[in-house]
Design a protein around this ligand. Sequence first.
Ligand SMILES: Nc1ncnc2c1ncn2[C@@H]1O[C@H](COP(=O)(O)OP(=O)(O)OP(=O)(O)O)[C@@H](O)[C@H]1O
Ligand SMILES: [Mg+2]
Length: 550
Amino acid sequence: MSVFSLLRNLALREKFVAVVSLVIVVSMLIISGYLIKRQNEIYHQELEKRGRALAANLAYNAEYGVILESKEELENLIKGVALSDDIVYVKIVASDGRVLAEIGRNLTEKAALVPNQSDAEQSDSALFSHYLYRSEAGDDFIELRHQVRTMRKEISKENLGAVAVNHTSGSVYEKIGEVRIGLTLANLNREVSKSQTAAILLTLMVVLSAIIIMTAFVRIIVRPIESLAEITDKISKGDLSKTVDITWKDEIGMLAMSFNRMIASLKKSQQEIEDYNRTLEEKIIERTCELEGAQAQLIQSEKMAAIGQLAAGVAHELNNPLGGILGYAQFALEKIENKEIHDLKPKDMESYKRYLRDIETQSRRCKAIVQNLLKFSRTSQTVEFLELDINQVLEETLTFIDHQLMMNQVALRKTIDRNIPKTQGNPGQLQQVFTNIIINAMHASKPGSEIAISTRFLPPLGEFAGAVEVAVADQGTGISEENLKKIFEPFFTTKEVGKGTGLGLSVSYGIIKEHGGEIRVKSRLGQGSIFTIILPLEKKGISVEKQYSA
Ligand SMILES: Nc1ncnc2c1ncn2[C@@H]1O[C@H](COP(=O)(O)OP(=O)(O)OP(=O)(O)O)[C@@H](O)[C@H]1O
Ligand SMILES: [Mg+2]
């Protein structure tokens, strides 16, 4: 995983602390590295300066001791030098390399020293030279060498190569020996490593305190951001009850303030939407009520129109039995008026009984017609569903229509399935549907043609719980394909003004839908049409307790 992807996964607080810690560590390392290097250089220079001064001093004072090769005097001289921690040894050697006097602890160790780096200027002619060594134990040393010289006036031919000639004064200095001072760098290295440890400790302390301070600071910055995030989450879940606490007047405080403003305006618009929804709902309920009322009115007026159409048939239907009743009543009256009761013979009594029975039968028929008409015309706001026999409802409907069919010279053929189980529905509404479909068929039929009405039971199949089917087939005009799409539309009619309103099928469609059923049409122009009504035996969500009876 790269550093960037690692950073990306960290929380804001951790990111901030990580980056700042890194910056502090790097800058502390650079600063302390530079300071340690400078300290090293200064210490080194100081050490060398001291060594040089000491070597020069000793070389100056050792001149006669070397000339005389007086070990005693030279040792006295170098003993006077207080050996500090840094000075490891001091020795005075003759020009041929013999050690004339020496003091110090690692005289033997010198043999183990190997040259590390030597001054470029060193040569026999140089007054001062220095060597850097590293012992086999890994300790660094500096050896400072200072020539011990004496001044000679005359120059002999043999030692010409070993003298330095002072051209300006004309004096000649001869190298007669050398003072060598060994300085250890162990103290310097120790100091440097101490400084390094101190720098590391200091860096750690700075980083640690920076982390503590930053964590506290970041907490102050991040806490409000976290609370913003928390509240945003709540808002996304639809909870607008919380607001952000504004404790600071800085940029975050400003952000929190505008956030709170946003919550307030969100709340306002939510409230507006709720109010709007509420009024919308109320309006929908109001309109639905109005529509339901209008629909009920429409069904009722359509029904009244159908009754109007039926009036002639009904009048005829009533006229026949009423004529019979009147006739029988008149016969009976005539007979009773001409004869005394005791003159009546058993034969007469039989006739009276027959007249009265006929009167009873015809009266019952009149009563049935009137009752059917009443049932049909009854207004009911709540549609009552009853357990009914569809054949019976169809027969009752036909009592009104028979006469009209006869008048229009249209024959009626019934194929009734007597084994249909009871179904659920509103008899008045179903009568209305059958009346409209049969009258439509009659209007489309030519005199001499036939309308075939059949009922059928469709047994249960799979999920389908079973249904009854009522089919009305005519041999009339048929419906064009174009009109077929429109016949269920309200006010679509092809009939002359005053003959049809164009509401019959649309109302019928609504009624059958309400019964959970459907109306299907098949038609061919010039050949006729078949309207099929399918009613399920049970309509979901409707409980039926009452039975329908004539
Ligand atoms: N059996 C049919 N044969 C031919 N056309 C039909 C038949 N049934 C319906 N139609 C057509 O459908 C149209 C709409 O019928 P619908 O019953 O809705 O209205 P309508 O009979 O014209 O008027 P209303 O029934 O309101 O008095 C009719 O005008 C007619 O053109
Ligand atoms: Mg009609």
